[in-house]
Design a protein around this ligand. Sequence first.
Ligand code: PEP
Length: 250
Amino acid sequence: MRKMIAAGNWKMNKTNSEAVEIVSKLNELIADVKGVEVIIAPPFTALSDVVKVAGKVKIAAQNMHWEEKGAFTGEISPIMLKNLGVEYVILGHSERRAYFGETNELINKKIKSALAHDLKAIFCVGEKLEDRERGNTENVVEDHIKGGLEGITKEEIMANVIIGYEPVWAIGTGKTATPEQAEEVHAFVRKLLTEMYDAEVAGNTTILYGGSVKPANSKALFSKENIDGGLVGGASLKADDFSIIVRNAL
Ligand code: PEP
């Protein structure tokens, strides 16, 4: 169901002990916060210990394989994540698409596997700068969403899928989409969900904005009608900064 969420994606940053320290501090800083779900995605190596100190912070993995086990050197399976107490998994991040060749088809397999194993998927979509400059933003976002959600039922999406709209040109660049640019795409995503499913799905799906979200710009972004919070990279690495972003989602 639709809710306000502040999610932090730490990417390949922080050791296990650093991660435990930051999540413990964040938990203290947001102790009084109600009405915003707070999620942190540390690296795999920190998941086990971070889950133990998470408190009200929900824990996500940054990726997973779709198979439960087998000869897939270097991969992590959904049952391994579930066994640790992980609740969410980020899938389809643009860095996975760009550097590790992840396609819509592969991301779709991962989403189906996550849902089959009772993990919630934070499913990322978004256009590159050249797509936006050619006026192709909506086509790319539509292609990502239709490809990633192929065969996923209404009940599954409503219960366990969050969409992250992350324009690639805004990730880690300091160039945030304006609240108006982000809102336009979020509204388009809801229209698409109405066409693919129905108005109930469109109205109940949480859609996060990601791309250089900071304490200073988060309030304006989150105040837009179709933006239900943020997926935050760099600014989620410091508990103080991220706690401000969490409060701006209230
Ligand atoms: C991200 O990693 O998903 C992201 C949006 O990063 P940043 O906030 O650093 O742009």
